[in-house]
Design a protein around this ligand. Structure first.
Ligand SMILES: Nc1ncnc2c1ncn2[C@@H]1O[C@H](COP(=O)(O)OP(=O)(O)OP(=O)(O)O)[C@@H](O)[C@H]1O
Ligand SMILES: [Mg+2]
Length: 231
């Protein structure tokens, strides 16, 4: 069986405005793969993820994410790309003025879902898969950080993504809750055959949950294996 790449970046440079952050970027992630994106603060992890979800333009080289070409990506096509991706942030980014359920309805409606029954069913499925079904009617501020992150993972799963991009998803959580969220991310990745690219600088997590690593360092991106990492 042919293995499909969900990320393919070839000879690209990553810029923040005119500031060159990373050059000679070559990355391939195959379907279902779980990969860490590591590197010191300011090394370019978030910038690279932003290019992959269409928040920063791909100026040089070529890039494809879930089969969508980043180079020719027009602003009007960004929602198309986002529909095929799940994105998880350090600060959860739930809408604070509405319930868990309404947060998820908002995303489904924004991505073209219309049928009320299908919307309801899908919301129950994703909340159940992250263990948050009973919190459906709660406001986000009444949830713990770990619970809010569970909801944001449920939100990421809504449209059956082939890829989740996670920018320090455990960055605001205590070690125990971080482990819970890691177990959840790994299990949803496996269950849905969904690849994950997760930025982190938490070496405890990397040690506990070993996986392939890509490192941003001195303006370059390197594929590394655990033996070469100095913890
Ligand atoms: N909005 C922006 N405008 C201009 N430069 C930026 C912007 N955001 C980040 N940068 C610069 O780009 C470089 C890479 O930053 P980036 O946020 O990608 O690093 P990071 O690896 O995610 O760091 P951290 O671990 O702290 O999240 C840094 O030099 C930073 O100052
Ligand atoms: Mg960052």
């Amino acid at each position: 069986m042919e293995v499909k790449n969900v990320i393919e970046v070839i000879q690209s440079s990553i810029y923040q405005r005119n500031h060159l952050v990373l050059s000679d970027v070559n990355i391939a992630l195959s379907e279902g793969e779980f990969v860490y994106l590591i590197g010191k603060t300011g090394s370019g992890k978030s910038s690279l993820l932003k290019v992959l979800y269409g928040d920063l333009p791909l100026k040089t080289g070529t890039g494809k994410v879930v089969g969508i070409d980043l180079k020719s990506l027009k602003t009007s096509k960004i929602p198309d790309l986002r529909r095929h991706l799940g994105i998880v942030f350090q600060d959860f980014q739930l809408l604070t003025d509405r319930t868990v359920e309404q947060n998820l309805i908002f995303v489904l409606k924004a991505t073209g879902w219309k049928d009320k029954k299908s919307i309801e069913t899908r919301i129950d499925e994703v909340l159940d898969s992250v263990g948050m079904l009973s919190k459906k009617k709660m406001m986000p501020f009444r949830l713990s950080g770990g619970e809010q992150q569970r909801v944001s993972i449920a939100r990421a799963l809504l449209n059956h993504p082939e890829l989740i991009l996670a920018d320090e998803p455990t960055g605001n959580l205590d070690p125990e809750t971080s482990n819970e969220i890691m177990n959840l991310l790994l299990s949803v990745s496996k269950q849905n055959n969904c690849a994950v690219l997760m930025a982190t600088h938490d070496y405890d997590i990397i040690r506990r949950y070993p996986a392939r690593m890509i490192r941003c360092e001195e303006g370059r991106v390197l594929d590394v294996n655990a033996d070469s990492i100095e913890f």
